[in-house]
Design a protein around this ligand. Sequence first.
Ligand code: GLN
Length: 495
Amino acid sequence: MSDLNKMGLAEARDALRAGDVTSVELTEACLKAIDEADALNAFVHKTPEIAMERAKAADERIKGGDAPSMCGLPIGIKDLFCTEGVPSQAASGILEGFKPEYESTVSQQLADAGAVMLGKLNMDEFAMGSSNETSVYGNAVSPWRRGNDDAQLTPGGSSGGSAAAVAADLCLAATGTDTGGSIRQPAAFTGITGIKPTYGRCSRWGIVAFASSLDQAGPMTKNVRDAAIMLETMCGHDAKDSTSADLAVPNFEAMLTGDIKGKKIGIPKEYRMDGMPAEIEKLWADGAAMLKDAGAEIVDISLPHTKYALPAYYVIAPAEASSNLARYDGVRYGHRAQLAQGDGITEMYEKTRAEGFGHEVQRRVMVGTYVLSAGFYDAYYNRARKVRTLIKKDFEDVFAAGVDAILTPATPSAAFGLGEMTEADPVQMYLNDVFTVTVNLAGLPGISVPAGLDTQGLPLGLQLIGRPWEEGDLLNTAYALENAAGFVAKPGKWW
Ligand code: GLN
């Protein structure tokens, strides 16, 4: 069998169980694809020895009849996850040389289920960004191009390496994290599926913290079934994370019937933005028509506080980040600046942080410190928290009125060119998150499903937002949308 790296999780799992392929073969195919794809800069630490060792162990398990659903499946891990003995830098210079002595709960659960780690994936520094351009490793590159134009495009961010790697078939799937859209936006930009579960579904333990009340891990996969399989392995209660929910994890894959008859799907009028490209409008309308054809009822809804979501997010996320990032002081981990004669501890902190953090991270630390400062705490931070409560209530009201899921575009545009936003006001970049941040602020599950191509041949995604803890139902609605949209496009190989 050739091109084993092109398989998805379900397909490869079934082939492994049937004895048609071995994990070693799958892993070798991925490692070869990774080595040929350095131009994408998706993998920033390759771990071929670990991969081969785990693949062999997985093959033994499968032979012995013990094959959990992820057993033997080669995947990539975002650099934000701490992985024991393997560099875990959150794509930051300040964590240079950091090799954790422990494994994040999520990556441990994947490893326990037999998944094979191929290496660590590029991302925006500390997951702050929407284009992967804030990474200390340099940006990841999307495998997609606009028609025959060879301009390099962003794979999105912050999980840009994960998105590029899955879209380019360097791995079967990857982990991502999503604080304001970092799973869903890169998934939409690269024609793959990404789900951010309900806040508390996945343990945050061992994942480098950005904004702790918003961060969630989730899978980035080639299709909805694969997302269901991988999410089930990733989530579950963890005593080491007090915000992780003590709830049973359903068999998400078993819930994929494709039957959405009688489901109520809300279309929020506030997501119809001025200046939204006509093709995004059309994609959205087409998506609603597909769900209707599949038997759902489409209803217009209102989420009146949506317009305050971005400003609230860009107060709350930097506030939490400034507090979380205070630990990088040159004492315990990673980079420490060279000190001059007579420098004291203050100079060590200042020089280390000035050298170790990139500009976007410094901007967030400054904004966060400002909004938390004594004179401005009420005016910014507390007000943003109140707005957050109102945004959450908008969703609660809609769900209480019987809506099962909400359909929106995933992003306001297709992928943009790398470097295109460099000169722009940072707010231009923040606008990318306009459809995704509400979901994090409200703690809800959200999934991005590839649903069409723009006129230049680039993928566009639709987002479905579900009720809290009902990822199974959400995945099933996404499955129905995926079946109807029939998205099969792949980027042409140029790398
Ligand atoms: N793009 C958003 C930001 O820069 C979201 C990032 C994320 O979800 N990690 O904050």
